[in-house]
Design a binder for this molecule. Structure first.
Ligand SMILES: *Cc1c(COP(=O)(O)O)cnc(C)c1O
Length: 857
């Protein structure tokens, strides 16, 4: 008989073992090896049966075994010690608490919103890098004591599980998760009833969601779940799958995570007494509707107008963009937004309120997401318009984003577009093999390599060998399992015991399969790849993994190409495709691969984090200089695959770059790995040592979170406090100022510019007096900054390497407006040009370009 439904019953633990419940449900175990070891020793077989999931483990262990364990003094003491250790970790002042003593303006709490969170494989609520990054962000925040509240959705089936058909086609499975069997706790009110969050849906309906809490160390993660009886059947399935369904399904999910998410945070703070967030961080555009909900709150509770509320919301919002691929930007048809936010009307009256968000005018909502195409609503544009601070996720991605979104700041040079960058990091204790930490010490707090004893080449090499061997065993296990799933029978599979070799140079390539990541670049010249794999003296073995989005048949075809190549008996011992890439598999790959390969189409990889995780373990990156590798490759920590950036023809570009890849593998990578002195490849070990010494501290998520705190959350908290103080007086002031600007801006004109004071042949540093006459169109001189801009000019008269100098108001010119003047020292030799521009000036603006307004002479 098959069960109709499943649910999980939690074990009754003997009193001495009661703390196991907390140790199992707080996800800190997932980055705390001693707690993992405790679980493993409770019952080794059950631990394996439970897939190393502590909550499941407690359900697997028999009562008899628990009674036995409760009588074992060692076990009881270990349980108590680890529980005490966890309690200390959760309570003691950490980095953030020390910082906040010196700087009380640091926010009391930060809301961190994301569509996906990859905290651990036991909570499969992620599809790839974005989610795993969000998980690492929470974990590093916990380690640092940063008071984050994570907000997302709980999907019934997570993303999907991947397997392969016999002919190598991706198959998707959607096992249903039972929240009771996950490390989650329902948010309940004082009376013990589940808290339900509601958002309005068209037709007068209501979407309701309960709120699950995961404990990520010190950080609560709130996950909204619509699968409850209180919902009509179609609304129950809103949180069915991550990135599944059509656009209208997706927009409801985004409404729930953004608007419902803010409501969940309010309920959580009310019930638990947790401080309210002063800063809201939108991890990618998906959750951007949170800004609209906060506008609604401010207009309802504080009587602010839409513009005043926008000013207040912007001050406390940070927006992080994650994709430089225009097709990757989240957009919805305007009609659809209209449908869900306002009940559809026969004619679109200006000024009608949103039904979903009473008090919020619909035309203003739509304007926030406006883009070139008048029929589309752009979530990234809304993210940028509702956040005073925005960033990309590597230096290169920051620059690319400034170009990509530059249209929102028309008239400014790309370099002035107010989008910065914070390079992503990875959570060391999650991704580093424990042997590495044991040998080298913890790098999580930015400490550099400081081992207790000098680490010899032999020790490093031995470490790498141990990690590689563990990967090889895991590869064999997974290849065998994959073939059983594809329909092979056990007797046919003895060959899988000899797949891979613990002594052979091991290259890894694992990631989602969007086109720009070029999964099959390595297959460009199949003979050449075969030669590399089968080289009699310096062979390479290649492990490949990755999921394609279920709707992307192109991606599935790429996977099939790899699988077919790897199925060939001539090479199948040296190249494998492992189905179902997830965090549990990823770990073995990052530990064991000698080389981590990444060959995206530059500059489309915003950051990339898998290579960082490999580097933590002494893996060497072999990568196109894209994302993080563009800034952290130093010539001695791996290899840069030359990129054919300028080549327009994609086929030719792929050929060139694939060729460079083969060349590097054959002439640089393999020789360094196989040249041995007394059994040790000293050149290789030198590269490993350099990677561990220099890269390991830099790629830490704690470094990333500290940057967010210092350069983003702290200024945002200060701006939010300032603008909301005095009963939102400054917000009203700023909104009134923006209105004055809007009214006057089209009449503002620079009517005259001249310069004087230079000799015939000026030298660098010579003072030049620049004068301008400006008609301010009704604004006062204090409302604007008038700037002289001096720089190099080329053929096109475009200014480059500019220096800007604010000009002083020196009086009025008869009928010509106001006069401004400044002295500029000539910054460069060579052909020089200058101009004058007028910008808004207000003490509550974070950057001169912020409002996207400029008048050029
Ligand atoms: C780190 C990680 C990723 C992201 O890898 P990229 O290099 O950004 O492609 C994806 N999936 C899993 C399981 C990961 O751990």
């Amino acid at each position: 008989m098959r069960a109709l439904r499943r649910f999980t019953v939690r074990a009754q633990l003997p009193s001495g073992l009661a703390p196991l419940q907390t140790l199992a449900t707080n996800l800190r175990w997932s980055w705390h090896p001693p707690t993992q070891d405790l679980f493993a020793t409770l019952d080794g077989d059950a631990w394996d049966r439970a897939g190393h999931d502590p909550v499941r483990l407690l359900g697997e262990i028999s009562s008899a075994r628990f009674e036995e364990l409760a009588k074992d003094a060692d076990t009881v003491v270990t349980v108590r010690e680890l529980a005490d250790d966890l309690a200390t970790y959760l309570d003691e002042p950490r980095w953030y608490q020390m910082e906040r003593e010196d700087d009380p303006s640091l926010p009391a709490a930060v809301g961190y919103f994301s569509m996906e969170f990859g905290v651990s494989e036991v909570l499969p609520n992620y599809s790839g890098g974005l989610g795993v990054l969000a998980g690492d962000h929470l974990k590093a925040a916990s380690d640092l004591g940063v008071p984050l509240i994570g907000v997302g959705l709980l999907y019934q089936s997570g993303y999907f599980r991947q397997s392969l058909s016999l002919d190598g086609w991706q198959l998707e499975h959607y096992p249903v998760l039972d929240p009771q069997g996950l490390p989650l706790q329902l948010l309940t009110d004082a009376g013990g009833a589940p808290v339900l969050v509601e958002v309005a849906m068209p037709g007068g309906r209501k979407l309701k969601a309960r709120v699950w809490q995961a404990a990520v160390g010190r950080v609560p993660l709130l996950l909204l779940d619509s699968d409850i009886e209180e919902n009509e059947p179609d609304l129950r399935s809103v949180t069915d799958r991550l990135y599944g369904g059509d656009q209208s399904h997706r927009i409801v999910q985004e409404i729930l995570v953004g608007i419902g998410g803010v409501r969940a945070v309010r309920a959580f703070c009310a019930v638990t007494g947790h401080p309210e967030p002063e800063v809201f961080h939108t991890n990618e555009g998906h959750a951007g509707y949170l800004g609209l909900e906060r506008i609604r709150e401010l207009s309802e509770r504080n009587g602010l107008s839409f513009d005043e509320a926008v000013a207040a919301v912007r001050a406390g919002t940070v927006f992080t963009t994650h994709t430089p691929v225009p097709a990757g930007i989240d957009r919805f048809p305007v009609d659809m937004v209209q449908h869900f936010f306002a009940a559809p009307r026969s004619d679109s009256e200006a000024g009608i309120d949103s039904v979903l968000l009473p008090g919020v005018p619909m035309d203003r909502v739509l304007a926030l997401g406006a883009e070139d195409n008048p029929n589309m609503f752009n979530m990234a544009h809304m993210g940028l318009r509702l956040a005073q601070r925005a960033n990309g996720v590597s230096r290169l991605h920051g620059a690319v984003s400034r170009g990509m979104f530059g249209r929102l700041w028309e008239g400014f040079d790309a370099g002035e577009v107010p989008i910065g960058s914070v390079t992503n990091g990875v959570h060391g204790s999650t991704w580093e093999a424990r042997e590495v930490t044991a040998l080298l010490g913890d790098a999580g707090f930015g400490a550099t390599l400081s081992p207790r004893e000098p680490v010899s080449d032999e020790m490093l090499w031995e470490l790498r060998g141990a990690l590689r061997s563990r990967l090889v065993a895991e590869v064999r296990r997974r290849v065998r399992e994959a073939w059983l799933q594809r329909g092979a029978s056990t007797p046919e599979l003895s060959w899988t015991d000899h797949v891979f070799d613990p002594e052979v140079l091991t290259v890894g390539f694992a990631r989602r399969v969007p086109t720009y990541k070029r999964l099959t670049l390595m297959l460009r010249d199949q003979d050449r790849l075969r030669d590399l794999l089968l080289d009699p003296h310096r062979p390479v073995q290649l492990v490949v993994a990755g999921k394609s989005h279920p709707a992307d048949d192109g991606g599935k075809a790429l996977i099939q190409e790899i699988v077919r190549f790897a199925d060939d008996p001539a090479v199948r011992h040296r190249i494998v495709f492992l189905p179902d890439y997830d965090m549990s598999m990823a770990r073995y790959l990052y530990w064991g691969c000698d080389v981590w390969l990444n060959n995206p189409l530059r500059p489309l990889e915003a950051c990339g984090t898998s290579g960082m995780k490999s580097a933590l373990n002494g893996g060497l990156n072999l990568s196109i200089r894209d994302g993080w590798w563009d800034e952290l490759y130093d010539g001695a920590n791996g290899w840069a695959i030359p990129t054919a950036d300028g080549i327009e023809d994609p086929v030719k570009r792929d050929d060139l770059e694939a060729n460079a890849l083969y060349e590097l593998l054959a002439t640089q990578v393999a020789p360094a790995f196989y040249e041995r002195t007394d059994g040790v490849p000293s050149r290789w070990v030198e590269l490993v040592r350099h990677t561990l010494t220099t890269l390991r501290p830099q790629v830490q998520a704690t470094r990333m979170v500290r940057e967010y705190v210092e350069d983003w959350y702290a200024p945002a908290a200060r701006a939010a406090a300032r603008i909301s103080g005095d009963d939102f007086g400054p917000a009203k002031e700023l909104a009134a100022y923006r209105q004055r600007l809007n009214a006057a801006w089209s009449q503002l004109r620079i009517t005259g510019v001249d310069a004087s004071g230079l000799p015939d042949t000026p030298e660098v540093g010579a003072p030049m007096t620049v004068r301008a006459a400006v008609q301010l169109g009704g604004l006062s001189p204090e409302d604007v900054t008038v700037e002289a801009v001096v720089g190099r000019v080329g053929e096109s008269d475009d200014l480059a390497d500019t220096v800007t100098v604010a000009m002083e108001h020196v009086g009025e010119a008869d009928g010509m407006g106001d006069r401004f003047e400044s002295v500029v020292k000539l910054p460069h030799a060579g052909l020089t040009g200058y101009t004058v521009r007028v910008l808004p000036a207000h003490p509550l603006l974070a950057a001169p370009a912020e409002l996207g307004k400029v008048v050029l002479a």
